[in-house]
Design a binder for this molecule. Structure first.
Ligand code: 8Z2
Length: 271
C-alpha cells in the first residue's frame, strides 16, 4: 500500500477539511447506488461490483473498465481498492495490452474523492482513505498497459487526476467540466498530484490549472492539455479504441520499458 505523506496537512485534515467538505456538498446518504458488473468473454475479478469490465475485441487485448459508483462515481475506498486490484490483475495478465477507462454514468466521468467520506472521520480513517485513492492512482499511472481515458462527462478533481494517470485522454463534447478544483474545495494540492499534472501539462500550464482551480469546458480542457482530443459523445469509445489500437501496435517490451523509464522519475513523489 502506498503511504500518503500527510505530515504537512495533518492538522488541516483534522480541523478544516471535513468542515469544508460538508459545506461544499449536501451531506447525505448519496452513494448508495446499485452496481452492475459484466464481461463479454472472460472475467477479471475486482473482488467487488463497483467497476464493469468488458473485453470485447477479438484478441482480448483491450479491456474497457467502466466506473460504476452511482450517482457521480465518487471514489469510495471500496471503489479505489477494486480499481487497484483490477489494474494489478490486468497488469499480470499477459494477454491484456490496453485499457480504456470510462464511466457507466451518462454525464459524469468521476466527481473525485468521496467528500462525504471525510465527514466526522478520525485522522487515521481519513489518512487510510486518502491512501486507497493514491494507491489506485499510482497503480494506474504505472500500469504496463497502454491507457486511454474516455471522459464521457464531468471529470472533477480526483476524477481529473484519474484521467491524468492515463496516457491519452479523449473527452466527449457536452456541457461537462474537467478540472482540478482542489484549491476551491479547500484541499492543498498534494505534491504527487501536482507532479502527475506537471508530467501531463508541463510546469507552467499545470501551475495555472492547479492554482486557479478552474473547471474547464471540453474545448478549454483541450486548449490547456487536460485532454488530447474532443469528440462527439457517440464517437468516444470507438475513437478511444482506435487510439489504443495504435498505441499497442508498438512492440510490447520496448513500449513497456520506455513507459516505466519515463514515469519512474515521478515515483519519488508517490511513495
Ligand atoms: C495531504 C493528503 C491529501 C491527499 C488528498 C488526495 C487528493 C487528491 C486530489 C483529489 C481531490 C478531490 O477529488 S476533492 C473532490 C472534489 N470534487 C468536487 O468538488 C465535485 C463536486 N461535485 C460536482 O461538482 C457535481 O456533483 C458534478 C460531479 C458536476 C455532478 O453534478 P450533478 O448536477 O450531475 O449532480 P449533483 O446533484 O451535484 O450530485 C449528485 C449527488 O452526488 C453528490 N456528490 C457530488 N459530488 C460528490 C463527491 N465528490 N463526493 C460525494 N458525493 C458527491 C451530491 O452531493 C449529490 O448528492 P444528493 O444531494 O444526496 O443527491
Amino acid at each position: 500500500m502506498v503511504k500518503v505523506n500527510v505530515d504537512m496537512a495533518s492538522s488541516f485534515i483534522r480541523a478544516v477539511l471535513p468542515r469544508l467538505a460538508c459545506r461544499h456538498l449536501k451531506i447525505g446518504n448519496n452513494c448508495n447506488g446499485r452496481y452492475l458488473y459484466g464481461c463479454n468473454k472472460r472475467w477479471v475479478s475486482s473482488g467487488s461490483d463497483l467497476v464493469q469490465v468488458e473485453q470485447d475485441d477479438s484478441d482480448n487485448e483491450i479491456v474497457v473498465l467502466k466506473m460504476n459508483v452511482k450517482p457521480v462515481n465518487a471514489c469510495t475506498a471500496e471503489f479505489n481498492n477494486a480499481m487497484t486490484k483490477l489494474i494489478k490483475d490486468l497488469d499480470a495478465d499477459e494477454q491484456s495490452k490496453g485499457l480504456i477507462l470510462t464511466s457507466t454514468l451518462p454525464n459524469v466521468f468521476s466527481a473525485g474523492l468521496q467528500l462525504t467520506a471525510l465527514h466526522g472521520k478520525s485522522y487515521d480513517e481519513i489518512k487510510e482513505y486518502f491512501s486507497t485513492f493514491q494507491t489506485m492512482a499510482h497503480t494506474l499511472f504505472t500500469s504496463r498497459l497502454a491507457t486511454v481515458a474516455a471522459i464521457n462527462g464531468h471529470a472533477i478533481a480526483g476524477g481529473c487526476v484519474i484521467a491524468l494517470c492515463c496516457e491519452y485522454r479523449v473527452m466527449a463534447e457536452g456541457k461537462f467540466h474537467n478540472g482540478l478544483n482542489e484549491v476551491i474545495v479547500g484541499i492543498p494540492m498534494p505534491a504527487w498530484v501536482s507532479a502527475y499534472t506537471v508530467y501531463a501539462l508541463g510546469t507552467n500550464t499545470a501551475e495555472k490549472v492547479i492554482l486557479s482551480g478552474k473547471k474547464h469546458t471540453p474545448r478549454e480542457a483541450l486548449q490547456v492539455g487536460l485532454v488530447d482530443q474532443v469528440v462527439p459523445p457517440d464517437d468516444l469509445i470507438q475513437v478511444s479504441k482506435n487510439i489504443l489500437s495504435d498505441l499497442i501496435k508498438v512492440g510490447d517490451y520496448p513500449r513497456r520499458l520506455s513507459k516505466e523509464r519515463l514515469r519512474k522519475e515521478l515515483l519519488m513523489f508517490s511513495l
